[in-house]
Design a protein around this ligand. Structure first.
Ligand code: MSP
Length: 520
């Protein structure tokens, strides 16, 4: 069985989960569920980023110790993920002992490789982004260019990683592997960034300023820069480095058989540079393989304004879940955003996408199952499911291309189109007319079998995005579980005993009953 290792960023334990975090995590979950259905052995990692000045300051403001705040917030994230149906295999916290030891081992290896030196540093630091910016980046207004927050002038002793040495190698890697950073626009951004000379990376902060971090193994007056600490989580969770093993000559011993390298790191475009420049050069410096792919998605905005706490326009994914259910939130986020581009959150679009679930997929299920009950006593006829075969094949192929090529919106559009096509098939076949004509019994049997088979395929296609309703749909079809893709060809629907039940997606607002359901 092939394996698949995917990661989300680890979220700062200083703020509540919001729709941006939910988006990255749901995106990862959908990919993870898809890969499992395709028969792969998946490791899906998420977690919390718990060190650094941001956490230290947030904890102080709330009168807590940093670890108390992290415990509280890690719990909040875990709860939110549970409520949104996230199926991660591992939730990592950077305060875990194993992670701290892996960070130390990685730093030692970089040092043993001659890539670390000490120097005085002066620059503009943003606590919000936990990084330095250049004079040019902060502009005349002196604000962090990503979120517009304040920057502070800092002069201090830091340890540095010779990142500049890896610029050419990184450019070559990006050029030789056109799909390494997707989508392509983001890849070009990174190449543009690498057009400039690449500075060395400050990898430590004086403990006198920031005490909340992992001490450098060779200088405990300094703690590890939080981005170096955080990025290393991907390696920790892979199991490649055994921190308990005797230290090798260069920081750590042989790599253990593990999940490293990751198949894909997912993140928002705001943290692409750290993932596509800092992280791979650190790995090169430590002689470790690079992740196979980096996917940077766009931002959710409101109207055309950024979501931010200070503007008070942050969308709460849990509030939406309470009203419409987790599957509807997941569907909206995946369907509405072209993977990689920005998208604007709008309540009326949310309702429109919900209606699509109710009126197309929900309606199809309701009509088809009601007809099997009405005309065949709830037992699916054993006839060959002939209709819609080409449409189903084409939809499955487009869907799989979309999900494997990280264009999820296209994959789900193909799934929804299949459901729409199946509703059209009902209109064209007019099963209610066939039912009145005893000579067309066989035709009615084939029509019903086709519809049930199509619904089974749709349950498989929707499971990654709408797991609860897909399972419900499969159960209504009389199946024990949502079929895997490999099981679809051999799936026989004849003899299944269906139940109609209440609508899969109750209508958001009362609307008159559908014509199809009425007339059969
Ligand atoms: N702790 C770092 C990541 C370290 S990974 C080694 C961090 N954390 S974060 O809490 O700020 O969460 C970042 C993730 O949330 C990013 O993927 C970011 O793009 C995503 N989002 C935060 N707000 C967002 C939107 N409004 N829209 C979409 N995603 C955005 O950065």
């Amino acid at each position: 069985m092939s394996s698949f290792y995917l990661t989300t960023p680890i979220y700062y334990a200083s703020g509540e989960p919001h729709i941006g975090h939910a988006y990255t995590t749901i995106l990862a979950d959908v990919i993870a569920r898809y890969r499992r259905r395709a028969g792969q052995d998946v490791l899906f990692l998420t977690g919390t980023d718990e060190h650094g000045q941001k956490i230290q300051e947030a904890a102080a403001e709330q009168g807590m110790s940093p670890l108390e705040l992290c415990d509280l917030m890690a719990g909040r994230f875990e709860e939110a993920w549970e409520e949104l149906g996230i199926s991660h295999d591992r939730f990592i916290r950077t305060t875990e002992a194993e992670h701290r030891a892996v960070v130390a081992a990685l730093l030692e290896r970089l040092r043993d490789n001659g890539l670390i030196y000490e120097a005085e540093y002066a620059g503009w630091y943003s606590v919000g982004q936990e990084r330095y910016f250049t004079e040019k980046e902060i502009g005349p207004g002196r604000v962090d260019p990503i979120a517009g927050g304040p920057v502070r002038r800092i002069r201090e002793k830091n340890w540095f990683f010779r990142m500049s040495r890896f610029r050419q190698r990184l450019i070559r890697h990006i050029e030789d592997n056109p799909e390494w950073i997707v989508p392509v626009g983001r890849r070009n951004e990174v190449l543009g960034f690498l057009d400039q000379p690449l500075a060395d990376l400050s990898i430590s902060r004086p403990r006198a300023r920031i005490h909340w971090g992992i001490p450098l193994p060779w200088d405990d007056s300094q703690v590890t820069y939080v981005w170096v600490d955080a990025l290393t989580n991907y390696l920790t969770a892979s199991g490649a480095i055994d921190p308990a093993a005797p230290k090798g000559e260069r920081g750590f011993g042989d790599l253990r058989p593990s999940r490293w390298p990751a198949d894909v790191h997912l993140m928002g475009k705001d943290i692409l540079t750290t993932h596509a420049v800092y992280w791979p050069t650190l790995l090169m410096g430590a002689d470790l393989p690079l992740p196979r792919r980096i996917l940077a998605h766009g931002w959710w905005v409101v109207g055309d304004t950024k979501m931010s706490k200070s503007l008070g326009n942050v969308v709460d994914p849990i509030g939406l879940r309470e009203r419409f259910g987790a599957d509807a939130v997941r569907w909206y986020l995946m369907r509405e955003m072209s993977t990689g581009q920005d998208a604007s959150y709008a309540p009326e679009r949310f309702l429109a996408r919900y209606d699509e679930l109710a009126n197309v997929l929900g309606n199809l299920a309701h009509r088809a199952l009601s007809m099997v009950r009405r005309y065949r006593g709830g037992c699916v006829p054993g006839a060959a499911a002939g209709g819609l075969a080409r449409e189903t094949e084409a939809a499955l192929a487009a869907y799989r291309r979309g999900l494997e090529g990280y264009r999820l919106h296209e994959g789900f559009a193909a799934a929804m189109n299949l459901a729409r096509g199946a509703n059209g098939f009902v209109e064209a076949r007019e099963p209610w007319a066939l039912a009145r004509d005893p000579e067309r019994r066989g035709e009615l049997d084939r029509t019903l079998a086709t519809l049930v088979r199509t619904l089974a395929v749709l349950a498989a296609m929707f499971e990654p995005v709408a797991p609860t309703r897909a399972r419900k749909l499969a159960a209504r079809l009389g199946l024990d579980a949502v079929p895997l893709f490999a099981e679809l060809d051999a799936l026989r629907v004849g003899g299944l005993s269906v139940t109609v039940g209440t609508p899969l997606f109750p209508r958001a607002e009362p609307v008159p009953p559908t014509r199809g359901a009425d007339s059969c």
